[in-house]
Design a protein around this ligand. Structure first.
Ligand code: CDP
Length: 223
């Protein structure tokens, strides 16, 4: 079974997707981390994020891979060209660069192929922006998570505070709105709910409540 979880920045996809995967014993794929790793790699190599040929060259030369911590079934470390970029892909400079990389059609084609390959043959939770619409349109369960912009900014600030970063909520809100707008208006695979997705506004819900709802959708498919 494939569970596709899509939604805008800060809607809680990663937290919820990982917990659903743990609860159901499924694998987990974070497709946003793949675009982030490529954006980081472009910045680190002085490649302009609007130079499609150069970014595609990087994408084909430098594979994104995931690794597990000992004893943890879910992958939590991200690598590109064998460099561990787990922390480096969660910085404001990558936040600002990633949508420009993700809008390039040939970059998306390369990612699509890898994502379908990584998601083949077993039960998996896949999160991103175009999973239910483009990557796995036949996913048995599709969920589109939303929350108000204020709530999403608040969650992102809380997440960054955990890793010791001090950030201004107004800046964070502006950054996620800029990224949502770029992701929603691009020509290829824009951020949009699939017609057959369960739309879930998580604003007033706890993490456990969201996980529970998604698990119920999945159980409903299995029954
Ligand atoms: O965690 P957050 O919601 O901030 O973002 P993410 O899931 O890590 O995705 C980062 C960026 O990658 C998004 O803003 C999109 O530009 C791009 N992305 C995409 O285009 N398609 C996907 N399936 C996943 C991410």
């Amino acid at each position: 079974m494939i569970i596709a979880i899509d939604g805008p920045a800060g809607s809680g996809k990663s937290t919820v997707a990982k917990l659903v995967a743990r609860r159901m014993g499924f694998r987990y794929l974070d497709t946003g981390a793949m675009y982030r790793a490529l954006a980081f790699h472009a910045l680190a190599n002085g490649v302009s994020t609007s130079d499609e040929d150069a970014v595609v060259r990087l994408a084909t030369q430098s594979e994104v891979t995931f690794a597990h911590e000992p004893g943890d079934p879910l992958p939590s470390r991200v690598f590109i060209a064998a460099e561990d970029v787990t922390a480096a892909i969660r910085t404001p400079s990558v936040d600002d660069a990633v949508s420009a990389v993700a809008r390039l059609p040939r970059v998306r084609a390369a990612m699509l192929e890898q994502q379908r390959h990584l998601g083949r043959d077993s039960d998996i939770v896949v999160e991103g922006r175009d999973i239910g619409t483009v990557v796995f349109p036949n996913a048995e369960v599709k969920v589109f998570l939303t929350a108000t912009p204020d709530e999403r900014a608040r969650r992102r600030v809380a997440q960054q505070a955990q890793s010791g970063a001090l950030v201004d909520i107004a800046d964070v809100r502006e950054s996620i709105e800029r990224r949502d707008s770029a992701d929603s208006t691009r020509e290829i695979a824009p951020l949009v709910a699939a017609d057959d997705a369960h739309q879930l506004d998580t604003t007033g819900l706890s993490i456990d409540e969201v996980v529970e709802r998604i698990a119920q959708f999945a159980e409903g498919e299995r029954a």
